[in-house]
Structure formats: structure tokens, C-alpha cells
Design a protein around this ligand. Structure first.
Ligand SMILES: Nc1nc2c(ncn2[C@@H]2O[C@H](COP(=O)(O)OP(=O)(O)OP(=O)(O)O)[C@@H](O)[C@H]2O)c(=O)[nH]1
Ligand SMILES: [Mg+2]
Length: 286
């Protein structure tokens, strides 16, 4: 987390304001992301500065780095474009090359929280590049595609990778994307919920001993996080926008709270917030 007021920064292939620590290691690559719906140049690269920052304007009080991870094709780029630009245009899937980022400033209870959101490539061949960025991430959004069982099955491997490379107190949220595709759905909501809970077990030494302690556990006991809470989990749709803003807002609220160390009676409870505010796939509006 960093506190700074700097002029507006725009997305690109490297941190523009450097308010956040830049990852060392492989210095990446070109922004090759072109989700259908993203604003792309003729060569398929994201253009910088296409849209204004969100509510909060040009300046911020605190800044955090958020990473999107998950298999290729689960919708990471589309999720980011939906959040940043409010857009989704169907089209040819253009896989992200390397890593890319975009900024958005949110007003969280009067505090301007800048999220620098890193969109990683899900393809295996870019994995070593992604590894270098984990350690600077304050939060991770781990995605699978509800229409793709393989992407769901990969989540355990992603968790192991997160354990190895991310910070021990990283905020982590599991998202099942593409819930608008009801006909093609192969992963039930309950399966996602179950996986999120099982991950709690992993976190606490059952199975693969994950060391991540900061998965938004709101209720610590002597034994650790109470079992009813696993990873925060939501189903999303980059296409309709379902729960997209909510996922990023929840992360921003959690990170802001951690940075300000609010008194316990005013603590923001990530799991409760997500459960209360999250909408079902068939709910009324995105
Ligand atoms: N129906 C539906 N399609 C989606 C959604 N999100 C993404 N897609 C489609 O899924 C495909 C992959 O989306 P991307 O966002 O590019 O996937 P990605 O995770 O960034 O993939 P990599 O960059 O290869 O890691 C595209 O054809 C999108 O149009 C969604 O919420 N609903
Ligand atoms: Mg992508």
C-alpha cells in the first residue's frame, strides 16, 4: 500500500505513477490484451487513456495493486474492461500477451482508493512472467469460467502457485465468471462455494499446506479462521456486469480498512459484504 497524490495515470504495460512497487524480474512485455470490448488499437493492443478514471478523479489517498489470475479464456481481461470502461463487446478472443495494467480510483467512504489492476496472461507459457508480479500484489482475483470445467479444476493449482509466490497476507477472492451463459454452464454455483470453503482447509494445513493467512478472514479464533468462512466467493459476468463492480469494491474496502486499521466496531467484513451485496446469476439486474 502506498499513499500519494499524483497526477492521473493511465493503463499501460508498466506502472505509470510508480506509487506502487513495480515487480522485478522479467520486464514485461507489450500490453497485448484485447478482450472483445476493450478499446484496442489496430494492432490489437490496448490504447492508453481511453477512458476517464472512475469516481474519485485524478488523485488518490491510498493505492493498491490487484492482480487478475486464472486460466486463459476465463474472462480476466473482459472483467477488467467491464470494471474500467463498463463495456463488453462480443468478438474474437484475443489472448493477453504477458501482462497489462489499468488504473481506477474508487471513492471508498470518502477515501480515494486507487486500484492498479494487473491483467495477467492465463497461458502457461507466460507463467514465469506472472510469477514475478505476485509478490507486489495486495489482492488477487482468482477466476474460473463456469462454462469450462478444466478452468475450475485448475483452481487448486492456482492456489498452490499463489501460496508459493504471493505475499502471506494477500487478499484473495474466488470468482466464477460467465454466469450469463446459463445454457453452457457446467460448474454449479454450489461447487464454487464448496471449493471456496475447501480452500479454507488448505489454508489451515489440511491437504496442501497453504501459508496464506490473510484471505479476508473476518473472524479469527484461536484455531484460526472460523470454518464457515472460506475464500470470499462470487459469480460474475463480464458480459452483463453482474457483481463486477462489487468484486473490485469489496477488495478496495478490505484493503483500505487494512491500511487505516479502523477500530474493531467499524471493521469492514469482506465475507459478509460479499454475501450481502452479491447478486445471483438470475437476479434482477447486473
Ligand atoms: N458469455 C461470456 N463470455 C465472456 C465473459 N467474459 C469473457 N468472455 C469471453 O471469453 C473469452 C475470453 O475472454 P478474455 O477476457 O479475453 O479471457 P482472459 O482470461 O483474459 O484470457 P487470457 O488473456 O488468455 O488469459 C472472450 O471471447 C470473451 O468474449 C462473460 O462474462 N460472459
Ligand atoms: Mg486476457
Amino acid at each position: 500500500m502506498s499513499r500519494k497524490k499524483t497526477p492521473k495515470s493511465k493503463g499501460g504495460s508498466a506502472p505509470a505513477t510508480s506509487a506502487l512497487p513495480a515487480a522485478n524480474g522479467p520486464r514485461l512485455v507489450r500490453p497485448g490484451t484485447a478482450c472483445p470490448g476493450s478499446k484496442t488499437s489496430p494492432n490489437g493492443l490496448l490504447q492508453q487513456g481511453q477512458s476517464p478514471l472512475g469516481s474519485g478523479g485524478d488523485f488518490y489517498d491510498v493505492a493498491f495493486k490487484v492482480m487478475l489470475v486464472g486460466d486463459s479464456g476465463v474472462g480476466k481481461t473482459c472483467l477488467l474492461v467491464r470494471f474500467k470502461d463498463g463495456a463488453f463487446l462480443a468478438g474474437t478472443f484475443i489472448s493477453t500477451v504477458g501482462i497489462d495494467f489499468r488504473n481506477k480510483v474508487l471513492n471508498v467512504d470518502g477515501t480515494k482508493v486507487k486500484l492498479q489492476i494487473w491483467d495477467t496472461a492465463g497461458q502457461e507459457r507466460f507463467r514465469s512472467v506472472t510469477h514475478a508480479y505476485y509478490r507486489d500484489a495486495h489482492a488477487l482475483l482468482l477466476l474460473y469460467d463456469v462454462t469450462n470445467k478444466a478452468s475450475f479444476d485448475s483452481i487448486q493449482a492456482w492456489l498452490a502457485e499463489i501460496q508459493e509466490y504471493a505475499q502471506h497476507d494477500v487478499v484473495l477472492m474466488l470468482l466464477g465468471n460467465k454466469v450469463d451463459s446459463a445454457q453452457e454452464r457446467v460448474v454449479k454455483r454450489e461447487d464454487g462455494e464448496k471449493l471456496a470453503k475447501v480452500s479454507w482447509g488448505l489454508q489451515h494445513g489440511q491437504g496442501v499446506p497453504l501459508r496464506l493467512q490473510g484471505w479476508g478472514c473476518p473472524h479469527q479464533s484461536a484455531a484460526g479462521c472460523l470454518q464457515e468462512y472460506g475464500l470470499p466467493f462470487m459469480e460474475t459476468s463480464a458480459k452483463t456486469g453482474l457483481n463486477v463492480d462489487l468484486a473490485f469494491t469489496a477488495i478496495a474496502k478490505e484493503l483500505k480498512q487494512r491500511s487505516t486499521k479502523a477500530p474493531s466496531e467499524h471493521r469492514f467484513l469482506l465475507h459478509d459484504y460479499v454475501r450481502r451485496e452479491g447478486r445471483g446469476a438470475f437476479c434482477c439486474r447486473p
